[in-house]
Design a protein around this ligand. Structure first.
Ligand code: NAD
Length: 259
């Protein structure tokens, strides 16, 4: 699906921080939000070259972008990423919590406390830290938070991805709780749950055979690509399109799971 010709007027001029935006789904989101006229805080950590290249491409197309570097597992660094984005654009209207990952495939039987901490810090702590830092800015004009969960939050995760799936279920419940707390301030909180999307995520964690096995369970008959996820985020970011949608998760998975 392409959103390049789509125009959503109420996103123009909004300042949006997208975490984990140097690659995969986050990079597609940064490109799409910038194309809508939003100013994009492009958060990255280790992928310096990819982040700089993407920022260059967005700027060359006339978009506004601020690069912010932070280790997502460190609350103070995420706070600074939020503050630096707000300082760059003079406001913050939206936060997309997208940074995340499996860390490694580890079965529960073999799991260490270190692995548990690494997965929960990356997928859970990062969302709370970035959101906590963003809330005072979002309260100024109203705004949105969109979290990225996963199909694994509902199906328990594929082989060795159990604690990853659980961390995303945690994010799904954080989404509901934050949605209730924040809607009185005009801040809408929702989530997107990707299915199997071909990004660096699966290059790292899945073999071709594992992806083939997943493909066989997708009614639409193909794996997803990052751009397949973009429309759901644009929709949830737009007050005009989704202003009465609060605390929900949109599943983007080619029919692989229909909860
Ligand atoms: P990706 O690996 O391209 O993106 C993950 C992003 O998180 C990267 O930009 C990475 O740099 C960033 N990140 C990881 N660790 C970080 C750290 N310590 N500090 C800062 N940033 C860090 O893969 P993706 O598929 O685009 O993943 C985006 C989100 O979607 C993740 O939260 C992932 O869990 C979720 N998701 C992906 C799939 C899929 O099939 N690809 C399915 C469900 C959910």
């Amino acid at each position: 699906m392409s959103t390049s010709k789509l125009v959503i007027p109420d996103l123009a001029g909004k300042a949006v921080l997208i975490t984990g935006a140097s690659t995969g789904i986050g990079a597609a989101l940064a490109t799409a939000f910038a194309a809508q006229g939003a100013s994009v805080g492009l958060h990255y950590n280790s992928s310096v070259d990819a982040a700089q290249a993407l920022a260059g491409t967005i700027e060359a197309a006339g978009g506004k972008v601020a690069l912010v570097r932070a280790d997502a597992t460190k609350s103070l660094e995420m706070k600074r990423a939020v503050e630096n984005t707000a300082a760059a654009f003079g406001r913050l209207d939206g936060l997309i919590n997208n940074a995340g990952g499996m860390v490694a495939r580890v079965r529960y039987e073999d799991m260490t406390d270190e692995h548990y901490d690494a997965v929960m810090d990356l997928n859970g702590r990062s969302v709370i830290a970035a959101s906590r830092a963003a809330i005072p800015y979002l309260k100024e004009h109203g705004g949105f938070i969109i979290n990225t969960t996963s199909i694994a939050a509902r199906n328990g995760g594929s082989n060795g991805a159990g604690v990853y799936g659980s961390s995303k279920a945690f994010v799904a419940t954080v989404t509901r709780g934050m949605a209730k707390e924040l809607i009185p301030f005009g801040i809408r909180v929702n989530a997107v749950a990707p299915g199997v999307i071909t990004t660096p995520f699966h290059e790292r964690y899945s073999t071709p055979a594992q992806l083939q096995a997943q493909l066989a369970t997708i009614p639409q008959g193909r794996l997803g690509v990052a751009e397949d996820c973009v429309g759901a985020y644009l929709f949830l970011a737009s007050e005009n399109l989704s202003g009465y949608i609060i605390g929900q998760t949109i599943e983007v998975n080619g029919g692989m799971m229909m909860p």
